[in-house]
Ligand binder design. Structure first.
Ligand code: AMP
Length: 389
């Protein structure tokens, strides 16, 4: 189990909290503030406990340079303007200016440090930089699940150096759901894997072969599977170099008695985003590409989920950004919301589909990290979480 922030004594403690404030900023104005709102629960809790809180985050990819378009100052201004909690901005994340700011804080106060990726040492987990970053602090808290798969200084190295450490509420919830999924899921367990490429999700699929009872494949990656089976895929997106991988996956599934479902019909078009039509066959005619699973597949997939007690979903069933090719993805989202069992949704596109379908409230766990959630399933843990154990 990961230690929770509730297990720490925070009163008067100089507390480093790694948050994910990597929010969209346009012309110096914060757009979607979901990530700030999500971390606010942990921050407010620490304030109430009398911690002296320094928030550390990255923003964008400044690649180790002080590029002011990636400054976190607008985020601090936004948090104050919206009265989310009072916060003072500090123009660096290491050095005397941070030490002074921390030493001058009163219990319950919060500062936001400048973008930690302004230093090359962050992504390299450089020992010198890590030491500087951790130096002023007595307590380490990680509430940035989306970066927990990165062995960076603020995620890993600083936690290694500070003895008193724990997960914030967001990370604690993620760890609870993913640990149970990997180690002790209620069975049957279904995994729905979609999206563009087999190559992006192969690690996860291989790990799922050890725990799932049924795997539903959708999105463009389904066509690589169909092509391997000798079924025509027209001009659909296919990764020819993944045929050996697909062979291994199918043979492993066969040996372990795991069912792999592939679409038996499709929504197709003669070009990406062109006029849609239903292809009733599994084989796609020459000159056409598959852009969503078809009506029979929707029925088969949603039915396969009915007996399941746990479901993991990552990746859309089609080009769901376009309404003509979104029905397969929404059918999955709506079905998942009606099951009343443990459902974990990860990955930006599936999360946005669940939100667009208006069913987010009926999903047990919506992960805040796309890459992190995939790596959690693939490797059974994440560096940023492991170091808290
Ligand atoms: P991923 O990031 O791997 O989960 O892939 C998500 C992307 O896959 C979305 O932008 C979808 O539009 C795209 N996608 C899903 N199905 C297809 C398909 N049949 N053909 C092309 N792109 C697809």
């Amino acid at each position: 189990m990961v230690k929770s922030i509730k297990d720490l004594n925070l009163k008067g403690k100089k507390t480093f909290i790694r948050v994910d404030f990597n929010v969209p900023i346009k012309d110096g104005v914060v757009g979607d503030d979901t990530r700030i709102q999500e971390a606010a629960k942990t921050i407010r809790y620490a304030m109430e406990q009398g911690a002296r809180v320094a928030l550390c985050s990255h923003l964008g990819r400044p690649k180790g340079e002080k590029k002011m378009e990636f400054s976190l100052k607008p985020v601090a201004d936004y948090i104050n303007a919206k009265n989310i909690f009072p916060v003072k901005f500090v123009e660096d994340c290491v050095g005397k200016v941070v030490e002074d700011a921390v030493n001058n804080m009163k219990d319950g106060e919060v500062i936001l440090l400048e973008n930690v990726r302004f230093y090359k040492g962050e992504e390299k987990n450089d020992p010198e930089f890590t030491k500087e970053l951790a130096k002023p602090f007595e307590v380490y808290v990680n509430d940035a699940f989306g970066t927990c798969h990165r062995k960076h200084a603020s995620v890993y190295g600083a936690a290694e150096l500070i003895n008193d450490k724990a997960a914030g509420f967001l990370v604690e919830k993620e760890a609870k759901y993913f640990d149970k999924l990997i180690k002790n899921p209620e069975k049957p367990l279904a995994a729905i894997i979609g999206g563009a490429k087999v190559s992006d999700k192969i690690g996860v699929i291989k790990s799922l072969l050890k725990i799932a009872d049924v795997i539903l494949i959708g999105g463009a990656m389904a066509y690589t599977f169909l092509k391997y089976k000798g079924i025509s895929t027209g001009t659909s997106l296919v990764e020819d170099e993944q045929m050996d991988t697909v062979r291994d996956v199918l043979s492993q599934a066969d040996k372990s008695g795991i069912k792999i479902l592939l679409p038996c019909d499709h929504i197709i078009s003669d070009k990406f985003g062109g006029e849609p039509s239903v292809c009733n066959e599994q084989a796609i005619p020459d000159g056409y590409m598959g852009l969503d699973i078809g009506p029979k597949s929707r029925e088969e997939y949603t039915k396969a989920l009915e007996p399941c007690k746990t479901v993991l979903w990552n990746g859309p069933m089609g080009v769901f950004e376009q309404p003509a090719y979104a029905e397969g993805t929404f059918a999955i989202a709506n079905k998942l919301a009606s099951l009343g069992v443990t459902v974990i949704v990860g990955g930006g596109d599936s999360v946005s589909a669940v939100k667009k379908a208006g069913v987010a409230a009926n999903i047990s766990h919506i992960s805040t990290g796309g890459g992190a959630s995939l790596e959690y399933v693939e490797f059974g843990t994440l560096p940023g979480i492991d170091i808290l154990r």
